[in-house]
Design a protein. Structure first.
Length: 135
C-alpha cells in the first residue's frame, strides 16, 4: 500500500476533517466528563466494518487531538488559533493522549506489527512525499 496524496488533496481533507469532527462533537455533546466515552464510541464505529489501514489509525490520533483541543478551549478552535493551556484544565488533553495510545495498543497493535510497524507507515509516507515533490 502506498500513499498517493497531493498537497491540495491533503489540505481539502484537513478542512473537511475539521468540519466533520466539529459536527460530530456538537451532536455528541462532548464535554470533559464524557470525552473518553465519546472518543471510544466514535473510534469503535470507525472500525466496526473490520477494515484497517494507516489512514484510519492516524485518524484516531487526529481525532483525539481535536477532542482534547475542543475540551481545553471550551469551543471549536480553528487551525489558526492557539489553544493556550493557561487557565484551562489540561486533564482532557492528557486523558485523550493516553486513551488514543491505549486504544491502538490494545486493539490495533497486532495489525500495526503485521504491516511492519510504525516504521512501515513512516517509510510509505516518506516515499509518497518524495514522489510528490519530484513531480
Amino acid at each position: 500500500m502506498s500513499f498517493t496524496y497531493s498537497i491540495p488533496f491533503v489540505l481539502f481533507h484537513v478542512v473537511f476533517f475539521n468540519v466533520s469532527v466539529y459536527s460530530i462533537v456538537r451532536r455528541l455533546e462532548v464535554k470533559p466528563d464524557n470525552i473518553i466515552t465519546s472518543f471510544t464510541n466514535v473510534v469503535d464505529e470507525m472500525f466496526a466494518d473490520g477494515q484497517y489501514n494507516w489512514g484510519r489509525i492516524i485518524t484516531i490520533y487526529a481525532f483525539a487531538g481535536w477532542l482534547a483541543r475542543y475540551c481545553c478551549c471550551g469551543r471549536a478552535c480553528d487551525a489558526s488559533s492557539v489553544c493556550k493551556m493557561s487557565g484551562r484544565d489540561p486533564e482532557p488533553a492528557k486523558q485523550m493522549a493516553t486513551c488514543a495510545g491505549d486504544y491502538v495498543a490494545r486493539r490495533l497493535s497486532s495489525w500495526v506489527r503485521k504491516q511492519g510497524g510504525w516504521v512501515s507507515c513512516l517509510m510509505q509516507f516518506i516515499v509518497s512525499f518524495k514522489q510528490h515533490i519530484l513531480l
